[in-house]
Write a protein that binds this ligand. Structure first.
Ligand SMILES: [Mn+2]
Length: 305
């Protein structure tokens, strides 16, 4: 009888795996992993194109095809161990209940000493995660990469709408927004009214005019940083699979440059990637999201640091 051969890591497997990058047990068990991936396929308040609840599954599927050797960093990032958690039951529940579940899921990851990576789902998931991270790390600030300010106090009758995510985060800790380019008058007034400057913004016009904009981002952040990446930060030509695409976004290398610099200057304590809204048959967006996550993990766990 032929012996069954188990290859670890089992990247590029034929059968779909539920592990990020299709990692085998040696590099994906909870115990051995430094990183824990929390899937948050939540969608309740999106306002334009629907489908972000399929985001986490599409990222996991795409991640099976990424090269595990990182050619920019010259390292095998997966060796830190990347565990993919069971999906918490978030379907159909109200935002308040979702926030509680995700807060506790993040707490569990942090208490176990793991680095949390959350896959959305809509952006309304982020404040729950930030609440848990803020309790675990003093002197925290959030870096938000997004086309939208998301600073509305209330939208369509809810304070937990994805258009209010940044406003809720700003009630927990300081916030730095980058790449934003779609602003409501109410949001403009809110930014202008802040006495303490808790929300700082480097919008696309600042980026176009300021050669040293990445240094400015770093200088606005505190010692410990949580990063929330709404994929609509990217130009829609690069990332069309988002619910609310805005023209004039940031490119792949620009974004990586920023993330690399911030990772060198600050201690990144977790991140999320949200609002992927997969387009059937167009896998480039899903793949970008998966590669972005793996590259950012590479920066955080860089062997050169
Ligand atoms: Mn957005």
């Amino acid at each position: 009888m032929e012996e069954k051969i188990i290859i670890t890591p089992s990247n590029n497997s034929q059968t779909p795996s539920k592990n990020f990058a299709a990692l085998g047990e040696d590099y994906a068990s909870f115990k051995k992993s430094k990183v824990a991936i929390v899937q948050a396929p939540y969608e309740k308040t999106t306002t334009y194109i629907k489908g972000t609840k399929s985001g986490p599954a599409a990222i996991i599927e795409a991640s099976e095809n990424i090269e595990l050797f990182d050619d920019e960093l010259n390292q095998e990032t997966f060796k830190v161990g990347i565990h993919t958690m069971e999906i918490p039951g978030l379907e159909g529940i109200q935002p308040e209940e979702m926030m509680e579940k995700l807060y506790h899921a993040t707490q569990d990851v942090l208490k176990a000493g793991k680095f949390p990576v959350i896959l959305g789902g809509e952006h309304s998931i982020t404040p729950a995660v930030v609440r848990a991270v803020n309790e675990a790390f003093p002197n925290l600030s959030v870096l938000q990469l997004d086309a939208h300010y998301d600073l509305k106090d209330e939208y369509r009758g809810s304070k937990f709408n994805h258009g209010c995510a940044a406003r809720r985060i700003s009630e927990i800790c300081p916030l730095v927004q980058v790449g934003v380019r779609s602003l409501a008058k109410e949001e403009k007034d809110f930014i202008a009214s802040q006495a303490n400057g808790r929300v700082k913004t480097i919008n696309v016009y600042d980026i176009l005019e300021m050669p040293l904009w990445k240094d400015r981002v770093s200088s606005c952040l505190t010692e410990n940083v949580y990063i929330t990446i709404d994929l609509d930060i990217f130009d829609p030509s690069l990332m069309p699979a988002v619910g609310t695409p805005e023209p004039g976004g940031i490119g792949w290398y620009e974004t990586l440059d920023l993330l690399r610099e911030v990772s060198k200057d600050k201690k990144i304590v977790g991140f999320d990637v949200v609002e992927l809204c997969p387009i059937k048959g167009q896998i480039a967006s899903d793949f970008l999201a998966a590669k972005l996550i793996y590259r950012l993990l590479g920066y955080v766990f860089s062997s050169k640091k």
